[in-house]
Design a protein around this ligand. Structure first.
Ligand code: NAP
Ligand code: GLV
Length: 306
């Protein structure tokens, strides 16, 4: 069995060593243009040339959860595509989102500013019932985030394509329930995959429907958000702020207004990182399962886009 590794922006050696240790029966090689045919591929942002040269692939394993960039390429017709299914990302996403919510709700930036000016001021406490949170996307990451937020006793709403029934989470589903979901939410967390249906979903129309003083946390993809619509709603005062981890162009260009906006906190696409050892173990397990003809979690529906 041959496995080819083609992950742009990733130091290959530790991955190659890890895959060889986990799958000692396999021949695992770093892809080079013109390399011979492989059975399986482990990829992140491969060039089109990679798939053009490997039409025989049986399965392709992405070392991330989102496959939007992969699905833009011309793909080998007979291959299955498998994404990471949690692999240590859900807990990271839960801690990042809970931190952003609590920092906003408890006005920790205001306290930090006071303290930096030598002011000992206690501000009126806020009622968490006035800060209902809406989580867009109730998949592997969204469910974990929604459930983590319920532990802090915030009202939590969730929106997905198909209906979900999660403890402590008020479920909304489908395009017809999006407006009701937004109207019931003040803090909005985006954990949707980027697809034709979800691109630009955070726009003037949808964000205006959030309760006044809304707050946006985008941890999915930059192309979900219409940047200028967010800026306009922050400037009008309808939105109180935003925490953004993902951007249309990454790294975020130095002249972009998000860098310096007083109501926006940015981080460099770091909310849920791929953990190498856990991911290798998951990929190796799934590869063996596929070889035995079994179904695996995280199979991508190419037509649906996630
Ligand atoms: P997932 O398990 O595939 O979950 C996707 C969720 O979105 C599902 O609940 C799905 O509904 C819902 N959805 C998809 N299309 C929809 C639509 N048109 N309308 C309503 N709901 C829709 O994905 P995941 O593993 O949770 O990851 C989510 C995304 O997070 C990834 O695609 C990636 O872009 C992003 N991500 C970011 C980072 C980071 O570091 N910033 C790290 C990892 C992942 P159904 O359940 O009904 O199918
Ligand atoms: C990271 O953004 C991922 O999709 O895993």
């Amino acid at each position: 069995m041959k496995i080819t590794f083609c992950c742009t922006g990733t130091e290959p050696e530790p991955w190659l060593a890890g895959l060889r240790a986990a799958l000692p029966q396999a021949q695992v090689e770093l892809w080079q243009p013109g390399a011979g045919p492989a059975d399986y591929a482990v990829v992140w942002a491969p060039p089109q040339q990679f798939f053009d040269e490997q039409p025989q692939l049986k399965a392709v394993f992405a070392i991330g959860a989102g496959v939007d960039a992969l699905l833009k390429l011309r793909l080998p017709a007979g291959a299955s595509f498998v994404r990471l299914d949690d692999a240590g990302m859900a807990v990271q996403m839960a801690e990042y989102v809970c931190h952003a919510v609590i920092r906003h709700f408890r006005e920790l930036d205001l306290y930090a500013a006071d303290i930096s000016q030598g002011r000992w001021t206690v501000h009126p406490s806020r009622n968490r019932a006035d800060f209902p949170i809406g989580v867009l996307g109730l998949g592997v990451l969204g469910q974990r985030v929604a459930q983590a937020l319920t532990h802090f006793e915030f009202p939590v709403n969730g929106w997905s394509r198909t209906a979900k029934n999660l403890d402590g989470v008020r479920g909304f589903s489908g395009a017809q329930q999006l407006d009701a979901f937004l109207a019931a939410s003040r803090i909005l967390v985006n954990l949707l995959p980027l697809t034709i249906e979800t691109q630009d979903i955070l726009n003037r129309n949808t964000l205006s429907r959030l309760q006044p003083g809304g707050y946006v946390i985008n941890v999915a993809r930059g192309a979900h958000l219409v940047d200028e619509d967010l800026l306009a709603l922050l400037d009008s005062g309808h939105l109180a702020g935003a925490t953004l981890d993902v951007f249309r162009t990454e790294p975020l260009p130095t002249a972009h207004p998000f860098w310096r906006h007083p109501k926006i906190t940015i981080t460099p696409h770091t909310s849920a990182r791929t953990l190498r050892e856990t991911s290798i173990a998951q990929i190796a397990g799934k590869l063996m399962a596929l070889q035995r003809g079994e179904l695996v979690a995280g199979l991508v529906d190419v037509g649906r886009g996630y």
